[in-house]
Design a protein around this ligand. Structure first.
Ligand code: ZN
Length: 307
């Protein structure tokens, strides 16, 4: 993909409202962050890092394959869901800010999205806690919920916004150069599914997906081989990884791809009430590559019962 296509990706917003309803735009990522935040110099641009106490995002080492593609782990389908950055700590905090002013300071979202701040809904908060619990069960990461204030800031912050410029949702990758790293915003435009974030719903899957971005997971359907991600990661040039192989590009393998099933459309449509309830195998492998495997989860005998 070219840099141009990065910009094109942001037009998911148009697709979403026209034909897919609340689907696609849900998955805006750094690609879209570039468009949304890259041109905000008139408002001062992005400053500082998240967390405000210091830059703790880390770049993952990448190397080039003989065919010109870029690798991190050497397994293409694991690499396909790695953006190439991780948090430099295993102990992360998260919060559900209750005021747009909480975003002021070094990590300010200078695009003004916080001016339209809305609290994350009750079901959404429960879904987020469930997603964090899943990730800690898979990896050595721990997550501690804290109360966000104007002076106390969490690594991962999740809010809604009434800003009409946010067509769906987005989450910021770990970074030591971007203030939006770790911030997740859910828009309110044509998004009837977000409030009802029970397990198995679109809302629940989207919470997991956006949190996945903040952990360092990228879209599995997107090929960044010829892209330059340095706008987000500072290091120049910074290419990205390939997409999932076509036979594995489906949400049975990763909830970070828009493709519902291999060789189908790439719009993350699927069924609104039959969405992934957990991270999938390539998501797990990527998370464990970055943060280690948690061998204490179900370490003893497990008993499965069916009824
Ligand atoms: Zn996404």
């Amino acid at each position: 993909m070219s840099t141009f296509e990065f910009g094109t990706d942001a037009s998911f917003g148009d697709q979403d409202t026209s034909s897919f309803g609340p689907s696609e735009v849900t998955q805006l990522t750094a690609v879209d962050l570039d468009v949304r935040f890259g041109g905000v110099t008139s408002k001062g641009g992005i400053t500082g890092s998240n967390p405000e106490s210091g830059p703790i995002g880390e770049l993952l080492p990448i190397y080039q394959n003989t065919d010109g593609s870029w690798a991190i782990t050497g397994n293409r389908n694991v690499d396909a869901v790695l953006i190439g950055s991780q948090w430099g700590t295993l102990n992360l905090t998260y919060s559900f800010p209750t005021s747009g002013s909480n975003y002021n300071g070094v990590g300010l979202d200078t695009n003004g999205v916080n001016n339209y701040h809305l609290d994350l809904g009750t079901q959404q908060q429960a879904a987020a806690r469930a997603a964090f619990a899943q990730i800690s069960a898979y990896t050595n990461l721990t997550f501690t919920e804290i109360t966000e204030t104007d002076t106390v800031h969490a690594n991962i912050r999740i809010s809604q916004t009434a800003d009409a410029d946010v067509p769906s949702a987005y989450g910021g990758f770990p970074s030591d150069t971007r203030g939006v790293a770790g911030d997740i915003w859910f828009g309110r435009n044509n998004q009837p599914y977000y409030d009802l974030a029970a397990k198995g719903t679109w809302g629940f899957a989207t919470i997991m997906h956006e949190i996945g971005h903040t952990m360092g997971l990228k879209h599995g359907h997107q090929d960044y081989t010829n892209s330059d991600l340095s706008f987000y990661f500072g290091s120049f040039p910074r290419p990205g990884t390939q997409s999932l192989t076509p036979d594995r590009d489906g949400q049975a393998w990763s909830l970070m791809t828009y493709t519902p099933a291999p060789f189908t459309n790439s719009n993350f449509a699927g069924e609104k009430m039959n969405q992934p309830q957990t991270y999938m195998q390539y998501d797990l492998a990527a998370l464990q590559y970055m943060y280690g495997a948690n061998y204490t989860t179900n370490a003893g005998d497990s008993v499965y019962t069916g009824s």
